[in-house]
Each structure stands twice: as C-alpha cells, then as structure tokens.
Design a protein around this ligand. Structure first.
Ligand code: NI
Length: 138
C-alpha cells in the first residue's frame, strides 16, 4: 500500500532538487525520494553492528597494472577471500589502466574490510565500495 506524505521545502532548495533529479533521469520526485530513502536505509542496515545477515556490495578499482606489481597483489587479496568474491570483471581501459568491478557477498564487516584493503592498496588510483542489499526489507 502506498502512503502519501507532504514535505515543506523552500523554493531554492526545491529547484536544486528538481535540477538534480532531472540530471539523474528521474521523471518524478516520488521515485527520486524513494531511492534516496532506500539508500539511507541500506547504509543503516550496513552500519548495524548487530546484524549478522548476509549483505552484498560492489567494489570498483582503477589501477595501473604495471605499478607496484598491483595485478598480483590485488589478485592475491581476492583469492584470500575467495568465498566472498562472487564475480569479477576486468576491463583494460587503455594501455596501462585497468578497471575491476567485484561483486562481494558476506557479512557487512567482512565486505567492508576487504573493500577497504583493496581500495587502499598502494597504487590504486580510484577505489570505491558501494553497499548494496539483498532487498529483504525494501
Ligand atoms: Ni587490464
């Protein structure tokens, strides 16, 4: 069942919000607000220290494969946590740079630890861990 809620915003803030969601391809405010609420709920679910539930996450890495023997280091780290790494996609972006996208599944704290280890490895130019959810409560 859908509930309707009303919110009060000043004109300038509403304009900025409308511009933002338009850029992101939303056709209406409701869907944009629903997605933002879901994102915050996922963050809360992840930060819930009591939760032993299985979570999923996506780690994104950009690195120069020639630098610091990075390809091997990152590969070893992934093999050490092979039970959490569901899949990997490797894209050769140009002559030097590689993009890797890893789908991870496990306890939130374990995914966070692995994500942090990978993204903070010396030589990784861009690293990001995106929390996702099994969607049970959304
Ligand atoms: Ni590559």
């Amino acid at each position: 069942m859908l509930n309707r809620v009303g919110i009060s915003l000043d004109e300038e803030l509403l304009k900025q919000f409308d511009d933002l969601i338009s850029e992101r391809g939303y056709n209406n405010r409701s869907e944009a607000i629903r997605d933002m609420i879901r994102e915050e709920l996922i963050k809360k679910e992840w930060s819930d220290a009591q939760s032993d539930k299985t979570q999923v996450g996506v780690a994104i890495l950009v690195y120069d494969h020639d630098a610091h023997d990075l390809s091997h280091k990152l590969m070893h780290l992934q093999h050490d946590s092979h039970d959490m790494v569901i899949s990997t996609t490797h894209v050769h972006m140009d002559e030097n740079n590689c993009l890797e996208v890893l789908l991870l599944k496990g306890k939130a704290k374990d995914i966070t630890n692995l994500g942090n280890t990978l993204t903070s490895t010396n030589g990784v130019k861009m690293g990001k861990l995106v929390p996702a959810t099994t969607g049970e409560r959304l």
